[in-house]
Design a protein around this ligand. Structure first.
Ligand SMILES: [Zn+2]
Length: 494
């Protein structure tokens, strides 16, 4: 079975098939952060969802080019730059760095390209020029350039592909300069905003006069520059459907005359403690707020990934405590498997965010045969079946916890051989290349402890037993016990 995804464009679940003739290359664009503040947990739901899509495509052997823009010039940013009396770059640089830190704390793979809007002003200007040439954009009396919805529709183009709009209520030529507006005020939107006194130093020269780009055109220019006029996947939160994504389609298709994006994926809203997040309700959390409460990025990632991406999800602190328990069950099981496989203390840490190799479902099915016979739980086949079904993550977690239960039972019966456990661990690593939660275990030995263990082995080989004993003492002082086994020394946290 192939991967099926809900496409906002067709409002239906469709088989995912990339435009690439070999069916392997996938161009994926995710609207990135507007770097005017720390991203909140609602934003993170969308970014972690984007990471899941990318990881799952890679698991299925697609060669993904993942692009995420950095919006570093936009209405809200300019307001904050003015308020804080800093330079644009200084202001946005701080929040961009924080965003990248948080992205890694949450175990997200870094996008392959992260273009900044301010570094694509020539591409933005040339896209606007193309729209003017094609007669779907015009310079207004205020010096700004607007996209004409009437002219665009007059060319037979469809404005309102992602959302049904009522054009009877619209007055031709009415304009909106702000980047964010409701569908009730659909109007010609700004591509280039003429320099205004409140913009301060934030402006660029252009053939239309000094000014700065609108938010929507930034994404059209950067996505098409990197991924081409038509590409496979465009992701974002559902709040971006209108006007941002609708305007991206209009600008891109208005300039190229070609379909912009094949599959549009949108993640649903997040509620926090049952309510819309708001600072006054005290339920507004950045990732940093949650880390300060003692939770880890891994726990936050787990909770954000626990519900289907198209369902509104209620994020709660109790839920995070539940995430801790759920992850501990996985950790305990995987830790025991590693112990039996004879690898604790020597397996490299499977840290969150570390990329494991991807495998095609077919290869996996073939590889799985012996494991299925021995272990009885077709972990990867069931996991793939769940995620192929429009990324049914709840079903995928159910598969994981069934597997944990089955492994625990076999561990209790003492019926797993070293080969069985190695095969189970290989499966787990494949699964975790998608989930990205890693698994804490004794295997995560700090580098300095490993170095001491190696020095002890060397001392023993040199028959310097006094030195070897001294190192054992040092290890003990560092909280680690070392045990000599027929398979070599094993480290254990004490
Ligand atoms: Zn965007």
């Amino acid at each position: 079975m192939g991967l099926k995804l809900f496409n906002t464009l067709s409002r239906s679940i469709q088989e995912f098939a990339p435009l690439d003739s070999s069916g392997k290359k996938v161009g994926m664009y995710c609207c990135g952060p507007t770097v005017y503040d720390f991203a909140h947990i609602g934003n993170w739901r969308t970014f972690v969802f984007g990471d899941l899509v990318r990881r799952y495509l890679e698991f299925k052997d697609f060669h993904v080019t993942h692009v995420m823009n950095i919006t570093d010039v936009e209405d809200k940013i300019i307001r904050r730059v003015r308020e804080t009396k800093t330079s644009l770059r200084e202001f946005t640089g701080k929040f961009e760095a924080a965003f990248l830190d948080d992205l890694q704390t949450l175990g997200c793979r870094l996008p392959h390209q992260m273009p900044r809007a301010t570094e694509h002003i020539p591409e933005i200007i040339s896209l606007i020029e193309k729209l003017i040439q094609r007669g779907v954009a015009y310079r207004a009396a205020d010096g700004s350039v607007y996209f004409s919805i009437e002219k665009y529709r007059g060319c037979g183009c469809n404005y309102g592909q992602l959302l049904k709009l009522n054009f009877d209520e619209m007055r031709a030529g009415e304009r909106v300069k702000s980047d964010e507006y409701a569908k009730e005020s659909v109007a010609d939107f700004a591509l280039w905003k003429a320099r205004a006194p409140e913009d301060g130093d934030v402006f660029w020269p252009s053939p239309f006069g000094e000014g700065r780009p609108g938010w929507h055109i930034e994404c059209s220019a950067m996505s098409m520059k990197i991924l081409g006029a038509s590409f496979d996947l465009h992701l974002g939160g559902e709040d971006l459907i209108f006007p941002h994504h609708e305007d991206e389609i209009a600008q891109s298709e208005g300039a190229t005359g070609r379909p912009f994006v094949k599959h549009w994926l949108h993640g649903a809203h997040l509620l926090v403690e049952g309510n819309k997040m708001s600072k006054s309700l005290g339920n507004f959390f950045t990732l940093r707020d949650l880390l300060a409460k003692g939770f880890t990025g891994r726990e936050v990632r787990y909770l954000l990934l626990s519900a289907h991406y198209r369902e509104t999800f209620n994020f709660t602190l109790d839920g995070l405590t539940g995430a801790k328990t759920a992850l501990a069950r996985i950790d305990e099981c995987v830790g025991k498997l590693r112990e039996i496989a004879g690898t604790p203390g020597t397996v490299p840490a499977r840290a969150v965010g570390v990329q494991a190799s991807a495998c095609s479902a077919d290869t996996l099915k073939r590889e799985l045969q012996p494991a299925e016979t021995v272990l009885g739980v077709p972990l990867i086949v069931n996991f793939t079946g769940a995620l192929d079904d429009d990324l049914n993550i709840s079903a995928a977690w159910a598969v994981v916890f069934d597997w944990v239960r089955d492994m625990n039972r076999r561990l209790a019966e003492n019926s797993l051989s070293a080969a069985d456990t190695e095969s189970a661990l290989t499966d787990w690593d494949k699964i975790d290349s998608v989930l990205g939660i890693g698994a804490k275990s004794d295997a995560e030995v700090p580098a300095e402890i490993l170095a001491l263990a190696e020095a002890r082995t060397a001392a023993k080989q040199a028959k310097d037993f006094k030195r070897a004993d001294a190192i054992r003492g040092e290890l003990k002082a560092g909280g680690w016990a070392i045990e000599d086994t027929p398979k070599g020394p094993k480290l254990k946290k004490v």
